[in-house]
Design a protein around this ligand. Structure first.
Ligand code: PLP
Length: 615
């Protein structure tokens, strides 16, 4: 039985029990049962399921790991964490996040004006707000307004011009001022596809001479006491610990030097984000080569050592881990709409009294195939197919012959897969690579897995049930966009095998895990497929689950409204076409109009396909 690497990526948050993926919490509901409940209420199409307890779990783990290390090393500074809003700004994520972190030093990090407004409205009083990224005078003024509201806000400046603006706004708006942070430009950078935020050539941060200049500017304006923090971020998904250690050495020393130069309120270091998530689902392809405990221990130990050696106080630590906090909480469920080979059924075979000889041979291969000769016959049949397709192109065989060829080859593939199914996957991987099955999924990879499309980042994927049956088909996954990039191809280095299901008779769902960070907001509306229907699964004290915050995917008119179409004009035009059409009889006009309105009120994803009855 294949476990889809659940032991690698799930940290026991999800488990396989009785062939189903269950949420390892409360009474351990199977995700498929949750999905069926929701679908029974009419919500078809892809679903984004949020599990808020997994957000809480990650935050608790962070605090626990840092507290433990701080205790171990006698660290005198405090620990605070922030959620970088860029990772997930959706209200059904952020509002519960703030609810569950009341009373602990956990705040929000904002990188734009709308994100700052979210932070100003929802951050828990007393918890920190951090503002990073490029800022204009208006954004800086918003920071001052937040300070006047009583928020503990730090504006981290990315360049000296921002500092100049802060000094100007301070004069204009008066006290209380926000705290000031300086983003430092490190030599060190992370590694991996998201490593561009650090390093000497990075887009962000002040060089050493700019830091000295900033100190002078603050001193000259009598504002040095507001300079409380330095900040760095070496990139997201840091796969190895060594670049972080290098960055910490640099940052710890910069902190100590600036402190010694007179910045006596410089008591904090913000490490940015980057704490990695294990997305791998195959052995040997791990994407995180350290544990949280190692990460926390290295941070605390290095900062402690530098502070001690340079005789400065241990700085308070701020962490902006986003991916680590958010990725786990969301699962995308995509219904399988079709297996492409399904149409090649034996009943469709229409052999002629006299067939081209190669077709007769294919038929014989099909009938005589057994376990011993399966691979050889499969190779032969693929060769025959090539020849037959060439004969068709040259005009020697007709369309019926071509159809019989396709059906027979697919029947042979299925028979071979069946005969070889007890073999180990690696023994027949090359064959599997040649005879993939295409699974059509009711979702958009552009919308729901944009990092796959843009960066090749894979996410763990598993069927939600049948996990006690060996999957036999090497699978490539296709989404419903009209774009050939909407495909997750079968990859022999990290193969995906799925079950050979007859979608006309039974449902089959795939779950994509760890999609709670970045994917929702980066997702694009290619073909106008929008954010899928979402809901949260929350557990009561008895361990029963409840579905909350259900939000259906936008309907067609809303989607067009968002694009600034005049939807009243669209409705009027469509109605007029129906009323004036010569192709609709008068007694049918009302019926056609009714259908049209119904479809306009539904979302863009597919409801029915081919002969599937229940969709
Ligand atoms: N902080 C800053 C300044 C960032 O730019 C980012 C993202 O790149 C983060 C935090 C979050 O990083 P991650 O999600 O990898 O923890």
């Amino acid at each position: 039985m294949l476990d889809y690497g659940i032991r690698i990526w799930s940290d026991d948050d999800f488990k396989i029990e009785k062939g189903k993926i269950v949420v390892n919490y409360g009474k351990k509901p199977a995700i498929i049962d949750i999905v069926k409940d929701i679908r029974d209420e009419g919500y078809k199409g892809p679903l984004l399921i949020r599990f808020p307890h997994l957000i809480k779990e990650q935050i608790d783990l962070l605090f626990k790991a840092f507290k433990k290390s701080m205790k171990e090393y006698g660290y005198q500074g405090g620990f605070n964490a922030l959620f970088p809003l860029k990772v997930n700004q959706f209200p059904n994520f952020v509002i519960p996040l703030m609810e569950m972190t009341k009373g602990i030093p956990y705040g929000l990090e904002a990188g734009s004006k709308p994100e700052l407004i979210i932070a100003m409205a929802y951050n828990n009083p007393g918890s920190p707000i951090m503002v990073n990224g490029f800022k204009d005078k208006e954004m800086i003024s918003l920071g001052f307004i937040a300070a006047k509201m009583g928020h503990d806000i730090t504006l981290t400046i990315e360049g000296l011009n921002e500092l100049e603006t802060i000094l100007t706004v301070a004069k204009e708006m008066g006290k209380p001022y926000p705290k000031i942070g300086l983003r430092i430009r490190l030599h060190s950078s992370g590694i991996g596809i998201w490593a561009k935020s650090g390093g000497i050539n990075s887009k962000f941060g002040l060089t050493s001479s700019e830091l000295i200049e900033a100190m002078n500017m603050l001193k000259n304006s009598n504002m040095l006491e507001y300079f409380t923090m330095i900040h760095f971020h070496i990139g997201s998904q840091i796969s190895e610990i060594s670049p972080l250690k290098k960055a910490l050495r640099e940052a710890g020393n910069i902190h100590a030097e600036l402190y010694k130069m007179g910045a006596h309120n410089l008591k904090s270091i913000d490490l940015g984000g980057g704490l990695a998530v294990e997305y791998a689902q195959h052995d040997g392809l791990s994407q995180r080569h350290y544990t949280l405990e190692e990460y926390a221990s290295d941070v605390v130990f290095l900062l402690k050592t530098i502070a001690h050696n340079k005789h400065v106080p241990d700085p308070d630590i701020y962490l902006e881990a986003g991916r680590f906090v958010a990725a786990k909480h969301a699962v995308l469920v995509a219904p399988v709409l079709e297996l492409f080979s399904q149409e090649y059924d034996q009943r469709e075979l229409q052999l002629k009294p006299k067939n081209p000889p190669l077709i007769d041979e294919l038929y014989e291969l099909y009938n005589l195939m057994n376990e011993k000769n399966a691979i050889e016959y499969l190779h032969d049949s693929l060769d025959h197919m090539e020849s037959l397709l060439t004969l068709f192109d040259l005009g020697y065989i007709d369309l019926l012959d071509r159809s019989n060829t396709e059906i027979l080859v697919h029947l042979i593939i299925k028979k071979a897969v069946d005969l070889l199914k007890h073999k180990k996957y690696d023994e027949i991987l090359n064959i599997q690579n040649m005879i993939q099955e295409k699974y059509l999924l009711n979702c958009s990879f552009f919308q729901s897995l944009p990092d796959y499309w843009g960066l090749g980042q894979t996410f763990p994927v598993t069927p939600l049930d049948r996990l006690n049956e060996k999957p036999t088909r090497s699978a490539s996954l296709w989404d419903i966009t009209c774009d050939s990039d909407g495909e997750i191809a079968f990859d022999i280095r990290k193969p995906l095998f799925l079950h050979d299901v007859d979608i006309n008779k039974e449902e089959y769902f795939l779950g994509f895990f760890l999609v709670g960070a970045y994917q929702e907001i980066l997702g694009m509306q290619h073909n106008l497929f929008t954010h899928p229907t979402e809901f949260s699964v929350v557990f009561d004290d008895e361990g029963n689950y409840e579905i909350t915050n259900l939000l259906e995917a936008q309907n067609i008119l809303d989607i067009l409204d968002d694009l600034d179409y005049d939807i009243k004009d669209i409705e009027r035009k469509l109605k007029q076409y129906i009323e004036e059409s010569d192709y609709i009889s008068d007694d049918k006009r009302k019926d056609v109009l009714g259908r049209l309105y119904l479809y306009l009120s539904e979302n863009a994803y597919l409801k029915t396909i081919v002969s599937y009855k229940d969709e």
